[in-house]
Design a protein around this ligand. Structure first.
Ligand SMILES: *Cc1c(COP(=O)(O)O)cnc(C)c1O
Length: 408
């Protein structure tokens, strides 16, 4: 068979496999070293009691003929879609219909798959640095152009650096699809409602759509910041919103997320006819997806009970205490660092303009701490590394102590 040649251009392997390779090498050469990972963005705290209780109950239901569930609706069970609409949106004064919510096995799949609805010649814009899935999934479909050694020729990059306070400027060329992620992975930056409105207005004026990744909305501390793009007027005409239970409720291993595709969001054919993205996504999902497991959807529903809410707020609070400690301690050491206030990520400027892979290696070799080199998230990530707050507080203390020694 002939291969999809777009895969040939993937010189860069998945960032986290490169990191894993270097960590493995280090551990082989230093078997006695206690390596602390503040690298990959995976949670460390277990599932909460309400979630476990709902899971167990659902498992038992599956073992009884009367309550057994086979194939469920591809869009997700109504009980979960309605619970999400009520608690995540309507109760906060945000208009989202349960009808427009599609439950899935997580946001990586949703984001990776959503580009199937885009035309082959759609132009994509991403903030830089960026969560690699937006770029790579488009590159696999041939929409990214040629790999030039550091960037793709056909992708519109929106640099986010300390020079612009990590807030992207509007692009010079008009993209058809704009990926935004706030609170941001990897920089930990946020957008105010006013800043987000600039993008919604831009998308409306240019018939573009916004793919809004809100995986970290639960980490927002300032009540004036938007949790959802639908808090911005007109966003329901131009934006699709992705949300995940992974970072909110420790579901990285259990797997559940959802995407909101409002019925007013449309795309166009060459003749300018409009097509509902919601209908297209529904068609795509019913063809290629058979639903998130019933037991997992029951577990997700339990997050919205009063106890469930209390439990996951405690989870987030714990991670955010780590984030604040990391941020404050690094600043005390004289490093430039940001993020960590509304996101579990701290974005550090490397000392003395050190390349990000070199600083990564220094932290690994000398402090036995795993970070993520900013370069792995894009060209504008050069000169930065990311630390995550997803660790227990003892490990955070120990890691910070070691980093302080190395930099002293
Ligand atoms: C972790 C993360 C997700 C969530 O992915 P899941 O597949 O739901 O686990 C989505 N977007 C970003 C930017 C993330 O960092």
């Amino acid at each position: 068979m002939k291969i999809n040649v777009n895969y040939k251009d993937f010189t860069a392997s998945y960032l986290f496999s490169d990191i894993a390779k270097r960590v493995k090498e280090f551990k082989e050469n230093n078997p006695e070293a206690q390596v602390i990972s503040l690298g990959i963005g995976d949670v460390t705290q277990p599932l909460t009691p309400s979630v476990l209780k709902a899971l167990h109950k659902a498992v038992d239901e599956m073992g009884v003929a009367e309550s057994f569930k086979g194939y469920g609706p591809e869009q997700g069970y109504a009980f979960l879609r309605e619970t999400i609409a009520k608690h995540a949106y309507l109760d906060r004064g945000i208009q989202v219909s349960a009808e427009d919510i599609f439950v899935s096995d997580g946001t990586k799949s949703d984001i990776g798959n959503f580009q199937e609805l885009f035309g082959a010649d759609c132009r994509i814009a991403v903030t830089d640095p960026v969560y690699p899935v937006y770029v790579d999934s488009n590159a696999m479909s041939g929409r990214a152009g040629k790999w030039t050694g550091s960037q793709w020729s056909n992708i519109i990059y929106l640099p986010c650096t300390k020079e612009n306070d990590f807030v992207p400027e509007l692009p010079k060329e008009v993209p058809n699809c704009i990926y935004l992620c706030y609170p941001n992975n990897p920089t930990g930056s946020v957008l105010t409602k006013e800043q987000l409105k600039v993008w919604v207005d831009y998308a409306k004026a240019n018939k573009s759509i916004i793919l809004y990744d809100a995986a970290y909305e639960a980490y927002i501390q300032d009540p004036s910041l938007p949790h959802s793009i639908y808090e911005i007027e007109g966003a329901d005409e131009v934006a699709v919103e992705f949300r995940s239970f992974s970072k909110t409720a420790g579901f990285t291993g259990l797997r559940c997320g959802y995407v909101v595709v409002p019925k007013k969001v449309v795309g166009y054919d060459d003749e300018g006819n409009t097509f509902s993205l919601k209908d297209m996504w529904n068609r795509r999902q019913t063809t290629k997806f058979n639903g998130c497991p019933y037991i997992v959807q029951k577990a997700a529903e339990a997050i919205y009970s009063p106890e469930g809410q209390e439990e996951i707020q405690a989870l987030v609070k714990g991670y955010m205490a780590n984030a604040q400690k990391i941020l404050a301690t690094l600043k005390d050491m004289g490093l430039q660092a940001c993020g960590g206030e509304h996101a579990p990520y701290i974005w550090i400027t490397t000392p003395n303009n050190m390349p990000s892979w070199d600083f990564f290696q220094l932290l690994l070799d000398k402090a036995h701490v795993v970070s993520t080199p900013g370069m792995g998230f894009g060209l504008s990530g050069e000169g930065y590394v990311r630390l995550t707050a997803f660790a227990n507080s003892k490990n955070v203390d120990e890691a910070l102590k070691r980093i302080a020694k190395v930099l002293a």
